[in-house]
Design a protein around this ligand. Structure first.
Ligand SMILES: Cc1cc2nc3c(=O)[nH]c(=O)nc-3n(C[C@H](O)[C@H](O)[C@H](O)COP(=O)(O)O)c2cc1C
Length: 447
């Protein structure tokens, strides 16, 4: 039996995902808004035969603590993702192009149109990460004081998805013959109106673009709450997991895949990519040194801010070198439940000082420092033991750590027979081994 093939996505961040990366990276200083640089990074990932190049997003700046945020490039200087991916599409040929768009702020028609357009522009490489969003900064840009409660956001997301997927089936695949001789641009009988009247949306119309090359762009989801997992099992084709260790990842994998039969879905119709940050070295110690060098550059204000944000607690003013009191843990979270739980359990179980806590907390991923061979061992262990179908890679330092991965780890994966040597198809669905959805109206009688 041939070895299980590993899928790879890149969580693309201009300097890297470490908050101190911009202080050390050899990326241009304006990397976050430098399209030429972004194209080079995407091409590097494509050289590494990645399935997916992915842009995360929150449509907001921070509006407070600006003096702390001024030390961190993360939130306040970035491209709108679909615009960015459209520009990258022209510089790449195979790699999938995924982005986040929030169901809490956008309208389904906008999202359906944006991703259908990106799918055409990229010849079938688009993926939509459905998020319900997890902060009030963005809410305030869209007429809301704060985000609605968690379950309500998911109710809206479910209805949002129904409308988007219906709009993607507006046209049958062959609805546009573009026939000059017959003067027939499209065939009216192959048009299907969406007439949706629900709790959150009223949409009467159709999408003004031919059906996407992939039928539907690939649906991605990353919620790990109960509601998030239920929604993923119903709708998602790729799930970004964020478990800190193998048993937790196996549990999540079994849980999400185990929910698929109730929606008539097979296990292979949903791929789980585990978050993984990789630092490559000639030896494990060398890789650890590289990582520690960045950790030492982390400004305490930024460390505290990142921690406080995910714990939903204000940690400023607490002594840095004393254990964090359990009384600081709020009763429940409204934003990222998985991140919240991770920090809460570190406080309860590891009794870390505040400085240790912010230095060790990793947002939804595992950092692996090692040689190419050790890194591939880890990846194979996870995929062979049903903890993941692949990895959502992020790199502390871009482009260097990504280049190391492409040049040193990818050949080792290929040597062990767990990774492709060429792209075998052109679309994101091809790379992931996902079926192209047929149009729901084909084979049915339309009015
Ligand atoms: C790899 C990865 C990428 C993510 N990208 C985004 C993003 O771009 N925007 C966002 O608001 N949340 C993003 N998230 C967060 C999840 O979608 C988040 O867990 C979810 O919004 C909260 O839902 P939950 O309470 O069901 O876990 C990402 C998570 C992961 C693991």
């Amino acid at each position: 039996m041939s070895a299980r093939q590993i899928h790879l996505g890149l969580l693309a961040q201009p300097f890297g995902d470490h908050p101190a990366a911009w202080l050390k990276s050899r990326a241009p200083l304006n990397a976050a808004i430098n399209i030429d640089y972004y194209r080079e990074v995407a091409k590097l990932a494509e050289q590494g035969l990645f399935d997916l190049f992915f842009i995360a997003d929150t449509p907001a700046t921070r509006t407070d603590n600006l003096s702390v945020h001024s030390r961190n490039p993360e939130y306040n200087d970035r491209f709108e993702p679909i615009t960015l991916l459209s520009a990258i599409a022209g510089a790449t040929r195979y790699i999938g192009l995924g982005a986040t768009a929030s169901t809490s702020f956008y309208e389904p028609y906008n999202v359906a149109r944006l991703f259908a357009s990106l799918d055409h522009i990229s010849h079938g490489r688009a993926g939509w990460n459905i998020v319900t969003s997890a902060n009030d900064y963005a809410a305030r840009n869209y007429g809301q004081d704060k985000l609605p409660p968690h379950d309500q956001r998911y109710q809206r997301a479910r209805e949002f998805f129904q409308v988007v997927s219906s709009l993607w089936d507006t046209w049958e695949d062959d609805a546009f013959p573009y026939d000059r001789q017959q003067c027939t641009y499209f065939q009216p009988e192959k048009y299907h109106l969406t007439d949706h009247h629900g709790e959150y949306f009223n949409v009467h119309g159709g999408l003004n673009i031919a059906r996407a090359p992939q039928g539907h762009p690939v649906i991605i989801q990353a919620g790990s709450s109960e509601t998030g997992k239920a929604f993923a099992a119903e709708t998602a084709e790729v799930v970004f997991a964020s478990d800190p260790n193998l048993p937790a990842a196996q549990k999540f994998y079994a849980d999400v895949k185990g929910r698929l039969p109730q929606f008539g879905r097979l296990p292979g119709s949903l791929k789980i990519l585990a978050g993984l940050s990789v630092v490559v070295g000639e030896s494990k110690a060398e890789a650890q040194d590289k990582y520690q060098e960045l950790q030492r550059m982390l400004h305490p204000d930024v460390g505290l801010m990142r921690l406080g944000q995910d714990l939903e607690a204000d940690l400023r003013g607490l002594p840095l070198d004393e254990p964090v009191p359990e009384s600081m843990i709020p009763a429940k979270a409204n934003f990222h439940q998985a991140y919240f739980e991770q920090i809460a359990s570190m406080i309860r179980e590891q009794k870390l000082t505040l400085r240790e806590l912010y230095s060790r907390y990793e947002r939804g991923k595992v950092t692996l420092c090692g040689t190419p061979s050790q890194i591939v061992d880890h990846m194979i262990e996870w995929t062979e033991s049903d903890a993941a179908d692949g990895f959502m890679l992020s790199f502390h330092l871009v482009p260097d750590d990504l280049a190391d991965f492409v040049q040193k780890v990818v050949p080792e994966m290929q040597r062990r027979g767990v990774y492709r040597k060429n792209y075998h198809g052109n679309t994101l669905r091809d790379h992931l081994g996902l079926a192209r959805p047929s149009n729901r109206h084909v084979g049915t009688v339309s009015e």
